[in-house]
Design a protein around this ligand. Sequence first.
Ligand code: F6P
Length: 500
Amino acid sequence: MADWSTIEALPQERLEALFAADPARLKRLTLDVAGIHFDWAKTHLTPEMIAAFEQLAKESDLAGKREAMFSGAHVNVTEDRPVEHTAERGEGNPDSVARAGAYHARMRALIDAIEAEAFGPVNHILHVGIGGSALGPHLLVDALGRDFDRYDVAIVSNVDGMALDDVFERFDPATTLLVVASKTFTTTETMMNAESVIAWMEGAGVEDPYGRVVAVTAAPDKAIEWGVDETRVVPFGEGVGGRYSLWSSIGFPAAIKLGWDQFEELLEGAAEMDRHFRLSALHENAPALGAFADLYYTQVRHAETRAPFAYDERLRLLPSYLQQLEMESNGKGVTIDGKPVGRPTAPITWGGVGTDAQHAVFQLLHQGTHLVPVEFLAVIEAGDTLPEDHHKNLLLNAFAQGAALMKGRANPDDPARAYPGDRPSSTLLLDRLDARTLGALIAFYEHRVFVNGVLLGINSFDQFGVELGKEMAKAAAKGGGDFDPSTDDLIKRAFGGDDD
Ligand code: F6P
């Protein structure tokens, strides 16, 4: 493991002092990549700190591990798998790229067939999936779909029947296409929801409900066994992790809603970020700089959370997408060799939408006792049709909040009205929100997670932490499970049973 003491020993100046001491600070700490302006000038990163992180990255063999990931080596060691999401956008191991291309061609042909009404008229797309099989496609459809009025798309993840009830009220079963999205095709919530959609179609007299199902999965045999015709199963590779899978056939609802050209733009934007990440020196590498800031705050300043705020309604689902990406990837307690990490790993990702969040949670950010690195996301080109003062006001709010967090305001006479300042934020300013830029943005976050994982010495690509709870819920559903008195009591209260 690399030695962190050099970074810990660096002087900790206030942000305003850092600006005053270095007229080139803004230039050094901003980058423009793939239509996104990255500004880390209001973080405590300094050239010395970046150099120390570069050294740490060298000691952690970041460059070697990055190449290993792109080349298709089994870097997901605990599951003995390659990590192949970059191949989905054409970057990486040639065999994986060719296979991903073939699956994409299959998805495209299926979309063409659906558009040509080969399976009857389709007005509604009902995508059921959960976690990575829902959050990514949902983000894409919500962020980009409003410009495309064909197909009404609903993404349902929760096993709470109210989620499906809402959709059943709005959708016509006769013109609904069911997309069952599950890497494993065994996830309880998804399979239960899929069965209920079939029952809803049957109940409405749809003649061949299974004939109106598309399965997107890394387990095609299971989908066929469940009843989906092989021609409507679009596979993706085992090496594509669930939370990294929106580029694969899991992105089906986005590809059909936005159209194939847009889906390709998304992939190309991500590929541009892949090339930037793979080929740029670390001090001018956006995912690396993002990770260095994350690591500085978690490891040296002991920040326990980080908070992205989207100053754009179209990106309102980004914080929840990032929660899975970051927390499921790097919320680990052991190193890649199975030893205790011995230091904090992923911070808790939370966040929200600006300007709403300003009137709800920003109090704590400005005056609370927690240090929370904030990330502002904004888009220069407006998405709305209202007079331009709306968008101007939105952007100025984002910028002013960052300035206020940094500057603070002393008030010796009235401590309740004093602002300590020196609170860090970064800003990601997109030229416009289109498929290409969104692809680059998401790929940026993926690689930033990877750099964090490598420097912490952990495997970002497994997720065993979710298994125990799933197992126990399954046991309880079968009437079994070795539970504690509190849990037994809750089960009894909800479903009845013996008093003793
Ligand atoms: O429970 C966590 C998880 O395994 C995620 O990693 C994954 O994205 C989600 O469940 C859904 O899994 P699947 O795509 O196999 O249904």
